[in-house]
Design a protein around this ligand. Structure first.
Ligand SMILES: Nc1nc2c(ncn2[C@@H]2O[C@H](COP(=O)(O)OP(=O)(O)OP(=O)(O)O)[C@@H](O)[C@H]2O)c(=O)[nH]1
Length: 438
């Protein structure tokens, strides 16, 4: 086999364009913005959470308990907020934005704040009257695009992060509805909650994004569920996002110190917060046997047989709450497959190329990444591998492992793949090919 010094452009723990490069910025610049150097950056708390979870209730709680803090607020839909006008006096400022759909470079359609969020945050930061800004994103927004907005460069190379900084990402979860919503197979469009005709997001993907990207998760509406249910939900959320601070609340009543001035948010770290990323990185999330919550990573250095893995992909996975990771099909030697499951929704897609497959000129030469990839290099297969994380409740790890082992190709099947196209039937949908590898 061709020996190539491993290289890469991302964090190196996974091949070309792998999962953690999700947060690439949508192109945007506003030539009218000018960014002076600010001595103190305006701290920003971003509120996320599905429709009806309690974000507006939280906003009202914040404004009622602001004390001597001067708080500016940006909301999406003023009509729904119905904030008591008396709360929004000269101490506070309320700005309204609308949303638009932005196609992220990973192909995911995400809701994002309108481009003028940049201008509005800048105006509030320049104003200098405020100690803190709270942005309430709409119930159908992922929090990541808001964070991305802070890193967008204008044509002079300036970013919002020079004058304002995200302090805390807060997600409000409805304790009464979360489990049922998490197990729903609905698209937002099925509920009439889509942002436009191209919005094909599922409800569970939205919930997972909101939970996995948060520093603080309010488990709200605990008055509507039993203590046992709160405990259970706490453990499930802890497994999905091991680093977030979880706060059970009623009517979103939380100590403001827990959501403002925490300095908990860091964009890089936020991408590595999800439990599945930690598992992939070898940081096993402690198990909570009391509630039957466990997780494991399936790893193998053999390609999967596409028919058998397709059957597995479509089959039953009792107890699995969240699965995510990368797979290698013997019939698609160049491309990395990504599997993502949450609740009852599953998805598979190409997510990049194995470094082993890339032409020499496409290998970035960052030495740190080369070293990381070298650690994972195998004489025969390069960096090709199976690496799938499963998080579940009362999940039968041994049974899942056996079924995945059975998906691995035999030596004869691998040979049949090498011998020619069509020798092994592949029922996975077409992925397309990068021109340089065609
Ligand atoms: N029982 C109960 N009701 C709550 C609680 N928190 C909020 N609510 C109610 O839940 C409903 C939705 O709350 P909102 O604060 O408007 O929720 P939201 O997340 O802003 O909703 P959208 O603006 O639709 O995204 C309101 O009727 C609140 O009064 C709680 O802890 N317990």
């Amino acid at each position: 086999m061709r020996v190539q010094s491993p290289a890469g452009g991302g964090d190196g723990s996974f091949p070309a364009s792998a999962a953690r490069s999700r947060a690439r910025s949508p192109a945007h610049s506003d030539p009218h913005l000018h960014f002076p150097q600010m001595s103190e950056k305006l701290p920003v708390t971003v509120l996320s959470g599905y429709l009806g979870a309690g974000k507006t209730t939280l906003l009202q709680h914040i404004l009622h308990n602001a004390e001597d803090r001067r708080i500016a607020v940006i909301v999406n839909d003023m009509a729904e907020v119905n904030i008591d006008a008396a709360l929004v006096d000269e101490q506070s400022d309320l700005v309204q934005t609308e949303e638009s759909l932005v196609e992220m470079s990973n192909g995911c359609i995400c809701c994002t704040m309108r481009e003028d969020l940049l201008a509005e945050v800048k105006a509030l930061a320049d104003d200098g009257r405020f100690d803190h800004l709270v942005i309430e994103s709409s119930g159908i927004s992922e929090p990541m695009p808001v964070a991305v907005t802070f890193d967008l460069s204008d044509e002079f190379g300036h970013t919002l992060s020079e004058i304002a900084k995200i302090d805390t990402m807060v997600t409000v979860v409805d304790a009464h509805r979360f489990t049922e919503d998490f197990n729903s197979t609905d698209l937002l469009a099925d509920r009439g909650q889509e942002t436009g005709p191209d919005d094909e997001r599922t409800l569970v993907d939205l919930l997972v994004d909101q939970v996995e990207f948060a520093n603080v998760i309010l488990i709200n509406k605990t008055d509507l569920v039993s203590d046992e249910q709160v405990q259970f939900l706490t453990h499930v959320l802890r497994t999905l996002n091991p680093e977030a601070t979880l706060v059970p609340t009623q009517h979103s009543e939380v100590d403001l110190g827990a959501i403002m001035g925490t300095e908990a948010f860091d964009f890089e770290a936020a991408q590595n917060m999800p439990g599945w990323v930690k598992e992939l990185d070898g940081e096993h999330v402690p198990e909570t046997a009391e509630y039957g919550i466990t997780s494991f990573t399936y790893q193998a250095r053999k390609p999967f047989h596409p028919r058998r893995f397709w059957d597995f992909f479509q089959g039953r996975w009792p107890g699995v709450v969240r699965a995510k990771g990368f797979f290698w099909l013997g019939t698609r030697d160049a491309m990395v497959g990504e599997l993502s499951q949450a609740g009852r929704m599953r998805d598979q897609r190409p997510t990049g190329y194995w470094w082993a497959a890339l032409p020499d000129e496409e290998w970035p030469d960052d030495p740190q990444t080369r070293a990381l990839i070298a650690d994972r290099w195998d004489e025969e297969y390069g960096d090709r591998r199976q690496e799938l994380v499963f998080i579940g409740v009362d999940m039968d790890e041994a049974e899942l492992r056996d079924r995945l082992d059975a998906c691995r190709m035999t030596v004869e099947e691998e040979q049949a793949c090498l011998d020619g196209e069509g020798a092994v039937a592949d029922p996975f949908p077409t992925w397309g090919t990068h021109p340089s590898l065609a």
